[in-house]
Design a protein around this ligand. Structure first.
Ligand SMILES: [Zn+2]
Ligand SMILES: [Zn+2]
Length: 419
């Protein structure tokens, strides 16, 4: 049995967990005799200690049984056979599971590798799964299916309303002119028939299911219709449509509420990506820091900053973007905006949980309005890593024994490829 190197595992009921809490996570599944009696699960070997599972989204949320697990001493062992049993999460009995963050060691499993490669190839469609504000519009079992609204005659109603406003303004102007001639003060002029807001019941609203909801160029979204829209034949089931994502803030409680609207007359935009390399006014310092522990044998050198390999690194980052290895929110911006620049620099990261130190490329997306930093996860325990600012490098803890590390050398580096 191997040690399950997970520092923080949380208990969840599989049934009540949201797909995004479980997707691409490992599970410690308590032993349950019922599991082996489920249809298709007869070949699952019995276990008194529990199973190691892997949850992932593939249309529906699935759980793959990869091996045995012992919750008590936090150890696991993959099954000997290559055959992996997969069950739909919704078909499993009510299970208490512990969620284990993915680590490099666990992700080496060939089945998991296959899932991750498939997910990367589907990165654009998966990017919108990260938008928590539209979770309430998702099908509970198949999260990629969303409910969108189509408002019949919206354009027509708006036109009628605008016309009535114009008419009213004309009448008003005429009344003011008359009042001036008659010597009446402007504020005493009374004009009837002020147009009110659009009556809600005048709008015919249809709810339609959509899928393949993705970001598109020029700040738009697009999707594929899963239903015909009652009352129009401009678009049919299976057609691409433009979709707008509208978020309203309610004044009473300050809560945000998001809706998806189908825009039948708007062009369906492309999903191509255009990006440039950010040109910093001053490059980050190119320094190799050597840190050592005075208590244990820990000693390592971290090559930080940028060297003359910028073009190569930018190319590598673009390759990764094309392969789908990218934060979903960065992917959305890259598609929707044409002012995206990518900045990068080798920087030191520290795991918030186990203290592991690692050099990452610190990829940042820079637009005119905001900056998004890529997130990095610890290869040892799966937790988020934090960027260590240069000024804090001299006061880091030893990842092995937690004593304070001593900076033993700082040197400029150049021309080496410190992989
Ligand atoms: Zn140490
Ligand atoms: Zn860690």
């Amino acid at each position: 049995m191997k040690k399950l190197n997970a520092k923080r595992v949380k208990r969840h009921m599989l049934r009540t967990s949201e797909f995004w809490q479980l997707d691409e996570k490992f599970l410690v599944i308590s032993p349950d005799k019922k599991l082996c009696t489920l249809t298709g699960m007869e070949s699952l070997p019995e276990s008194d200690t529990g199973y190691l599972g892997y949850a992932y989204l593939d249309d529906t949320l699935r759980v793959a049984f990869l091996g045995f697990c012992n919750e008590e001493d936090e150890t696991y062992k993959f099954f000997d056979s290559d055959q992996v049993l997969v069950a739909q999460a919704s078909m499993l009995p009510t299970l208490l599971v512990r969620i284990v963050k993915p680590t490099e060691e666990l992700e080496k499993h060939p089945f998991v590798q296959g899932v991750l490669e498939f997910h990367e190839s589907d990165a654009l469609r998966r990017s919108t799964l990260a938008l928590r504000q539209i979770d309430h519009l998702r099908d509970p079992l198949r999260p990629a299916i969303l409910k969108a609204v189509w408002i019949k005659d919206e354009v027509e109603l708006e036109k009628t309303y605008n016309e009535s406003v114009e008419q009213f303004l004309e009448v008003l102007v005429a009344a003011y002119e008359q009042a001036e001639k008659d010597g009446i003060r402007a504020r005493d002029v009374e004009v009837e028939g002020e147009p009110g807001p659009l009556p809600v019941d005048a709008m015919s609203v249809e709810f339609v299911r959509i899928t393949d909801f993705v970001p598109a160029n020029n700040g738009t979204w697009r999707a594929v219709l899963l239903d015909n829209i009652p009352g129009t034949n401009k678009k049919k089931k299976g057609d691409d449509v433009a979709v707008s994502l509208v978020t309203t803030t309610f004044e009473e409680d300050g809560q945000n509420y998001s809706m998806l609207f189908i825009e039948l007359d708007a062009p369906v935009e492309d999903t191509k990506i255009s990006v440039a390399s950010f040109k910093p006014s001053r490059l980050p310092w190119r320094i190799a820091y050597t840190l050592a522990c005075s208590v244990c044998d820990f000693k390592d050198t971290y090559y930080l900053g940028r060297s003359g390999e910028d073009r190569l690194m930018f190319k590598e980052i673009i390759e990764e973007i094309r392969r789908g290895r990218i934060d979903p929110l960065i992917a959305i911006d890259l598609v929707q905006r044409d002012d995206c620049e990518i900045d990068f620099s080798r920087e030191l990261y520290r795991c918030r949980s186990c203290g592991t130190l690692d050099v990452k490329r610190r990829v940042r997306l820079i637009t005119k309005e905001h900056t998004l930093s890529a997130m990095y996860y610890c290869l040892e325990c799966g937790e988020r890593m934090s960027h260590v600012k240069r000024g804090h490098i001299a006061s880091l803890d030893c990842p092995q024994c937690r004593e304070q590390l001593k900076p033993v050398e700082e040197a400029l580096w150049d021309g080496v490829n410190p992989h």
